[in-house]
Design a protein around this ligand. Structure first.
Ligand code: SF4
Length: 109
């Protein structure tokens, strides 16, 4: 048993292992309880998306949660998923399922 006082050496992470990325504030629905004030918002440019993906890879982020708005409304949604998959980064996203399921029905089922 260690005697007091003793110190525990803790190794802190240099980077987060999980990030939440709000990729768009656009949404195809208008839920009454929604927290969004503006359903149009500002979409990131391709360069901004590329830079964020680069940082995620460089920082060795393990898990990315894609949020919005409706993440599938982002024009870079598929691109982001592809890049995360290629980089072997786990991801999840929340979706209202409307357009997402309609457009991807063949791919999913
Ligand atoms: S699906 Fe989500 S983001 Fe879209 S309007 Fe409803 S609560 Fe808001």
């Amino acid at each position: 048993m260690p005697s007091y006082p003793f110190y525990i050496e803790v190794e802190y992470l240099k980077n987060p292992i999980d990030v939440k990325w709000f990729i768009t504030s656009r949404c195809n629905l208008r839920c009454k309880f929604c927290y969004l004030e503006d359903y149009v918002g500002h979409d990131l440019s391709f360069d901004e998306v590329s830079n964020i993906l680069k940082i995620i890879k460089e920082k060795e982020i393990v898990q990315v949660s894609l949020l919005g708005g409706e993440p599938a409304e982002s024009k870079y949604f598929d691109c982001i998923l592809n890049k995360l998959e290629k980089s072997k980064i786990y991801y999840s996203f929340s979706t209202d399922g409307q357009n997402f399921l309609r457009e991807r029905k063949r791919q999913i089922f």
